[in-house]
Design a binder for this molecule. Structure first.
Ligand code: UDP
Length: 478
């Protein structure tokens, strides 16, 4: 007999920064009595299993929480890294994935042990699911894992074409100041927003550019869903959300999800983890030995790739600052050979002061009392996790809407200081680190970050904006 529960199918995009928030949303809904099926790609399941030391999330036999897999259309040897994103964007919409999704949904609906599907919550970038859902008569909501300001940036892609700002005329537009063209026609985007703050897929001369068109299709399709769920909160991005509402009326801002989980999930029944790499937890013991608010935490997320030159400049900038630091260098962060940069001389220089670590439990790290500052690539999860813990930012945006997040963090929320994107200079790294650790600016940003932490906590407590929006979402899905 199928349990008498509404059944939600969750379909995250096959990327670390998209699976984590979807997993949190799934756990939240499960704790409110929903039956959940999480659909992951075969490649990601293998990756998650490796990080859990061969214990596949699929074999955990969780109550009323099932897993299914679909292919992503790419060959196994493809790394699915940042350079392969255009290929993934194409293949994920292809026939193979479409057919597999349809077949999984039909099988679930035909099973006598599983309740029939009430709705799909799909990552907005997995918009091909909309067609499948429509064909099977299953309503779909979208999960937007970017900031609302990032999403509002993507929502300008159509307008950029109309205004002749996209595609770029020629290569010189990247360096001649064209990217400083103001974007001043969008209510909700703050004063000072320019082309260079919009999600970076606009920086091309090719009108057929895969990523630009993929994101354009993503936002166009978003407005045909039943509604959008955001990992943000009204106090932080109210104006931006109101502007998005003019295009997509049914919005649920329920973030920060990590804080909402603490409020809503009374007992952690689901030991679900969603790391692509095995966690290196030595850093927590190391942090335990440091003084309060003394450590700079450096991490560029799951996709960014550094050149060995950039790595070297970061390395010496951090070393020369003479401040304690925890630096995460995940596998694949640098594609070139870089062993010689972090050589014995370097390690001797930072001995007792700097720890180089593998993939870490970031949320625990940010909550640790010894962390003072986060040098980040401004991925949305990282930005929000940091603000939720009252940790100010040094922003080094890499790509996509990270540039928009950086703009808002530095000029609207006032929790960050910007380190120019692209080229890295050790003198600048040292300067910014010292400014944040020793200067007035650091103190001011830390105060502001603490204010946001309290606001985020209030938003996720019963009666708070995100908590109430989550209740509305639950009612809607019921
Ligand atoms: N993360 C982690 N350990 C690390 C690095 C990152 O657990 O060493 C998590 C981090 O907490 C965040 C996610 O991975 O939830 C990265 O997402 P984000 O949006 O910040 O960046 P992306 O990886 O998508 O560029």
């Amino acid at each position: 007999m199928a349990p008498n529960k509404p059944h939600i199918v969750c379909l995250p995009a096959p990327l670390q920064g998209h699976i984590s928030p979807m997993m949190k949303l799934a756990k939240l809904l499960h704790s409110r009595g929903f039956y959940i099926t999480m659909i992951l790609t075969e490649f990601d399941v293998a990756r998650l299993a490796t990080s859990l030391a061969a214990e596949s999330p699929i074999q955990q036999g969780l109550n009323d929480f099932g897993f299914e897999t679909i292919p992503d259309g790419l060959p196994p040897h493809n790394k699915r890294g940042v350079l392969d994103l255009p290929e993934l964007a194409n293949s994920i919409q292809g026939d193979e994935t479409n057919k597999a999704l349809k077949s999984v949904l039909m099988r679930l609906n035909a099973s006598s042990h599983i309740p029939s599907i009430s709705a799909i919550i799909s990552d907005i970038t997995m918009f091909f699911a909309l067609g499948v859902g429509k064909e099977l008569g299953i309503p779909m909501l979208g999960l937007c894992t970017t900031s609302a300001c990032g999403m509002l940036g993507y929502l300008q892609y159509d307008e950029l074409i109309k205004r002749g700002l996209f595609p770029l005329k020629d290569e010189s537009c990247l360096t001649n100041g064209f990217l400083d063209t103001p974007i001043d026609w969008v209510p909700g985007l703050i004063k000072g927003t320019t082309m260079k703050h919009l999600p970076t897929f606009v920086r091309t001369m090719n009108i057929d550019d895969t990523m630009f068109n993929f994101l354009l299709a993503t936002v166009r399709n978003s407005s045909t869903t039943e509604g959008l769920i955001f990992n943000t909160f009204y106090e932080l991005e109210g104006e931006v959300l109101e502007e998005i509402k003019t295009k997509i009326p049914n919005l649920y801002a329920i973030g920060p999800l990590s804080l909402l989980c603490k409020q809503v999930i009374e007992q952690e029944l689901l030991p679900l983890r969603s790391n692509f790499w095995k966690e290196d937890t030595n850093c927590i013991e190391w942090l335990d030995k440091r003084s309060p608010k003394s450590v700079i935490y450096v991490n560029y997320g799951s996709l960014a790739i550094l050149t060995s030159d950039q790595l070297e400049e970061f390395a010496w900038g951090l070393a020369n600052s003479k401040q304690p630091f925890l630096w995460v260098i995940r596998p694949g962060l640098v594609e070139e050979e870089f062993g010689a940069i972090l050589n014995n001389k370097y390690r001797e220089e930072i001995k007792g002061r700097g720890l180089i670590s593998g993939w870490c439990p970031q949320e625990k790290v940010l909550q640790h009392p010894s962390i003072a500052v986060f040098l980040t690539h401004c991925g949305w999860n990282s930005t929000l996790e940091s603000m939720s813990d009252g940790v100010p930012l040094i922003c080094w945006p890499f790509f996509a809407e990270q540039q928009t997040n950086c703009l808002y963090a530095c000029h609207e929320w006032r929790v960050g200081v910007e380190m120019e994107e692209g080229t890295v200079r050790r003198e600048r790294v040292e300067e910014v680190v010292r400014e944040m650790m020793e200067g007035e600016k650091g103190k001011e940003l830390r105060r502001k970050a603490m204010e946001w932490k309290f606001k985020a906590e209030a938003a996720t407590r019963p009666g708070g904006s995100s908590h109430s929006n989550f209740d509305k979402l639950v009612n809607y899905l019921m």
